[in-house]
Each structure stands twice: as structure tokens, then as C-alpha cells.
Design a protein around this ligand. Structure first.
Ligand code: EPU
Length: 500
């Protein structure tokens, strides 16, 4: 079997805590062989050793010259098993937000200097993005114990992503385009994939690039962009909707071009603002933060620096709901209240008992939860679509009938069919609206995650249900929830990861 390494073996060993000697022992080879592979002077050539290494590292590390040689490994069935009915008590510290880290990391591709990120969550979307950066040629150092990631994109090659399949794993890979295009005048990626929450066209991104004079060539397999000028011919982007990632992508692009531009109807989510603040710190001049209109004076040769990933409001909401449905008391630390005001408003209307403290939220046992007339998702500062499914679970535990109106995505009510399997009283009116009647004693069932947030919602339902709930497709949950099972266990829940 002939193989090559998709990424530097030394980095892979560091990330996975193997030393050359422990790896050599495990594979039954001399330590010098491992050093040679790390130095790139040879690759493993025995079938037995290649298979053992593949079992450890899989497709992330190893590429087979002949794809037929790839060992067929039976896929493990992985799920979360929850035994409901336990009260949650204690404290939890909220890590950095996935949806801030992803665009901020992409902004690091604008500069040849090192960017250091603190408060980085250890989740699979971050791991995938960093692997994509390594394919580009970026130097990455990760220390998740300290929550620090360093990215140096000095020697990246924008042509390296044309065949990179990892890009297909998540929709946020599209955020790479703005930085590569600004720095190199061209960018090409495979068509990004992601959660199944709706049509989510890429047009908000591609039409906006085109309106600034970028040549866009996109089909069902790839996106190719080229920009040949130093200056924009048209300097304005008029977004048709306040798209979060399109705002980030275009702001990153405009920050890296030595010219002025204006973006209208931009998104205001906290993670968008965090990315804009990073671009400011790197040297771009940006006016209009916190409004729907940005004026950007970009420049070449932006600087690196140290940037903190802001805390994840979606996690705050998820853990708060976990306590409200199970009883108990929880202190949630590292909370940015400003991004959660609509969530707090909705909680208040259910009669939930909670207290806003300095950078923290305390949630108390709330025995008399009542339904709310309408929970309507909206762009910021409205109620976040990402908290809609966890809140749907809360509504099953509120007395009376509530209406959910999911305005953004057309597939984000599918989780309700899973909740029905657990005994919830649900009436789906159309792809965007459903009624939930409570209070219902949920019962354990085998259910699946339909997307990242819906997966977390099913775990919440399991916490309050009678008996055993098994939630499958947990790879979705791992995309955004750091140590979800462990954290819930530390608060007293009975949740375990099972692999069989
Ligand atoms: N939309 C509207 N009206 C608007 C804005 C958007 O209807 O004013 C619709 C659009 O049609 C679009 C959809 O909502 O198809 C998605 O909106 P957006 O383009 O803002 O979403 P996104 O940028 O693709 C980001 C987050 C999502 C989050 C949405 C909405 C990242 C990497 N992703 O996606 O996060 O749901 O914004 O806030 O930031 C998640 O973390 O689970 C997740 C899916």
C-alpha cells in the first residue's frame, strides 16, 4: 500500500498526544522510522503498519495512492444515552463561541503575521477548519488545555483547496473565500456542506462578491472566485438579507483590499461584531459596528495579534434550559448578557426564575412554567434561531399552548417529530410554524439529531424524560458543544457517550 500524509505527522502526533517513541512502540517499528516519516524522508510501507496507523488516524492523516487499498473499517454506532429525571446543580463556565471562532480564524488568513486566539472551544468544526488551513499550508499550533490556537498563514497557497474534501464538511468553509481573494486575487473551494436546516443558498455571498467586481464561477461542485483589481469599481454591497456569514465574508474581503467600501443591511450578531473588532485590531478602519451599515477602509499587509473568542450565548441558553426543565440551580459563568436579551425576555414570559449577575447567569428551580403566545425567531437582536429547538423542549414543560414561528430556516422544526416520539403534544402547522402544548411528561425513546442545535435539544428532552433516551447522529452535537455529556454529568445528569 502506498500512502502519503495529508498533514504534517509531527503536528498530528502533538495534537493527539503521541510521542515518536510511543507511536513507534504502538506500531512495532523503530523510533527512527517515525522520525523519518515526520521529516518527510520516507512513509510507512508495510501493509500491517499502514493499517495500524490508519486505525489510529483515519482519513484525517492518511491518503492512499490507490483508494482501493483503504482498509474497510466497520463504522461504530455512537450515541448519547440519557437517563432522565435528575436535578442539575452547580456551576458551568461557558467556552468561546463556534460562530465567532470560525470567521475570526478565517480573518487570520489575511495576514502573514501570527494570530493567537484565546478562549477557543474544543469542538469538531474548529478541528476541521484548522485541518483545512493546514492543507492551505498554514502553520497551526493548538493547546486546547489552555484554549489557545495560533495560526500563521505566511506561506499559504490558495490553489491547494481545489480538491480538499474537508471543505464539504461544513458550510462555514465558505468564509475562507473572502480572505484568500483579498490576499491572492483568487480562491477556489469545493462546494461547502453543513447542517440540513434549510436551503441556505450561497447567493448572499456570491452575488455580493460579484457586485464588487469579483468574477464568480460556481456550480454544484465548486466555487471559484477571481478579483484582478487593486480597487473596487463598485464600492457598495446591498445585501438582500442580513446574512451572518455573508456579512463576515464580505467584511473580511473588504478589510484586505486597500480601498473604501460600504456594506448595507449587514448582520449585527455578537459574533459578527467580534470579527469586525478583530479586523479593526488588524489595521482595517471600520465604522458602523452595531448598525446595519458598515463603512470599511481596508488595507494590504494587515497585522496579526492576540484575539479573544467571545463566549457562546447559545450554550448559555442550552444550559439554562437544562436546569429549568429538570429543577435544581445553576450558576453559568462567562456570559455576555447583551447578546441574550431576547432569550431572557422569552424566559421571563414563561415565568422562569433567573438572575443576571456580573458576567454570569443564575438559574433557579422554576416549578410553575407557563406557555407563551409566540416564540418568533429573528435576526439579532431578536430571538436566535439557534436557540429555537432547545426552547421548544422547554415549551413542552410549560402549562398551556405555545406557538413557535421559525422565520429563518425552513427545516428547523423537524426535531419536533423526534419530540413527538417522546410523547410531546405537537401540531406542525407548516414548515415554519408549530404549536406545542404542555405540560407533558416526556418518556425516553430512541431519537436522532437533525442538526447541531436540534441534537442538543434532544439531549435536553432526555434529561427531563422518564426512562432511557438514546440520541444518535451525535457528530452534529460535537460540531458545537464542547464536552456536552461530561459537562452535564458534572452537574448531576446521567448522560454517557456510548460506542458499540
Ligand atoms: N434569513 C432570512 N432573513 C434574514 C437573514 C437570513 O430569512 O434577514 C434566512 C436566509 O434565507 C438564509 C438563512 O436565514 O438562508 C440563514 O441566515 P444566514 O445567512 O444569516 O445564516 P448563515 O450565515 O448561513 C449563521 C450561523 C448559523 C445561524 C445563522 C443565523 C455561522 C457559522 N452559522 O449561518 O449557525 O443559525 O447564522 O443566525 O455563523 C449553528 O450554529 O447551529 C448555525 C446553524
Amino acid at each position: 500500500m502506498k500512502i502519503s500524509f495529508k498533514k504534517n505527522l509531527k503536528n498530528w502526533c502533538e495534537e493527539n498526544r503521541w510521542t515518536p517513541s510511543t507511536l513507534a512502540d504502538h506500531l512495532g517499528v523503530k523510533r527512527q522510522s517515525v522520525h523519518n516519516w515526520m521529516a518527510g524522508t520516507s512513509t510507512p510501507n508495510s501493509d500491517e503498519v499502514v493499517t495500524k496507523l490508519f486505525l489510529l488516524a483515519g482519513d484525517d492523516l492518511i491518503e492512499f495512492e490507490n483508494t482501493e487499498d483503504r482498509p474497510k473499517i466497520p463504522r461504530k454506532n455512537r450515541y448519547l444515552q440519557i437517563i432522565g429525571g435528575k436535578e442539575l446543580k452547580g456551576e458551568i463556565n461557558i467556552p468561546g463561541a463556534k460562530n465567532a471562532a470560525l470567521p475570526m480564524f478565517c480573518a487570520a488568513l489575511l495576514t502573514t503575521e501570527k494570530c493567537t486566539f484565546t478562549n477557543v472551544p474544543e469542538i469538531s468544526d474548529i478541528a476541521v477548519l484548522l485541518q483545512i488551513f493546514e492543507t492551505l499550508g498554514a502553520e497551526i499550533s493548538r493547546d486546547f488545555d489552555k484554549k489557545i490556537v495560533e495560526i500563521t498563514a505566511k506561506n499559504i497557497d490558495p490553489t491547494k483547496l481545489g480538491k480538499c474534501e474537508l471543505v464539504k464538511k461544513m458550510r462555514a468553509s465558505i468564509l475562507i473565500l473572502g480572505a484568500l481573494l483579498a490576499r491572492f486575487g483568487k480562491a477556489e473551494i469545493q462546494l461547502p456542506g453543513g447542517c440540513v436546516i434549510g436551503a441556505r443558498p450561497n447567493s448572499a455571498h456570491l452575488d455580493s462578491f460579484a457586485s464588487l467586481g469579483v468574477f464568480v464561477d460556481a456550480d454544484e461542485n465548486k466555487i471559484s472566485l477571481e478579483f484582478e483589481r487593486e480597487k473596487f469599481i463598485n464600492k457598495q454591497v446591498l445585501f438582500s438579507e442580513a446574512s451572518v456569514t455573508a456579512t463576515e465574508n464580505l467584511a473580511i474581503f473588504c478589510a484586505g483590499i486597500a480601498d473604501d467600501s460600504e456594506l448595507f443591511f449587514t448582520a449585527l450578531e455578537t459574533h459578527v461584531t467580534a470579527t469586525l473588532k478583530m479586523l479593526q485590531k488588524m489595521g482595517a478602519v471600520i465604522d458602523g459596528l452595531g448598525t446595519h451599515c458598515l463603512k470599511i477602509r481596508g488595507k494590504k499587509n494587515l497585522k496579526g495579534g492576540t484575539f479573544e473568542i467571545p463566549s457562546d450565548g447559545i450554550l448559555v441558553g442550552t444550559y439554562a434550559i437544562a436546569v429549568l426543565i429538570t429543577g435544581g440551580e445553576l450558576l453559568i459563568k462567562n456570559v455576555n448578557h447583551a447578546e441574550l436579551m431576547s432569550f431572557y425576555g422569552a424566559l421571563q414570559r414563561t415565568g422562569a426564575i433567573f438572575e443576571l449577575q456580573k458576567n454570569a447567569l443564575k438559574v433557579f428551580k422554576s416549578p410553575n412554567l407557563k406557555s407563551i403566545k409566540k416564540l418568533q425567531t429573528s435576526i439579532f437582536p431578536g430571538f436566535s434561531t439557534d436557540l429555537q429547538s432547545p426552547f421548544g423542549v422547554l415549551l413542552t414543560q410549560c402549562e398551556g399552548e405555545s406557538l413557535i414561528f421559525e422565520t429563518l430556516f425552513e427545516n428547523r422544526l423537524i426535531y419536533l417529530s423526534e419530540l413527538e416520539k417522546m410523547g410531546a403534544d405537537i401540531q406542525v402547522l407548516n414548515p415554519h410554524q408549530a404549536k406545542i402544548r404542555g405540560k407533558i411528561k416526556l418518556k425516553g425513546a430512541n431519537v436522532q439529531s437533525w442538526d447541531l442545535r436540534a441534537g442538543a435539544a434532544m439531549v435536553l428532552a432526555g434529561l427531563v424524560a422518564d426512562g432511557v433516551t438514546r440520541v444518535s447522529n451525535i457528530n452534529y452535537i460535537e460540531r458545537g458543544y464542547e464536552n456536552f455529556a461530561e459537562n452535564l454529568r458534572s452537574l448531576g445528569a446521567d448522560v454517557i457517550n456510548i460506542e458499540e
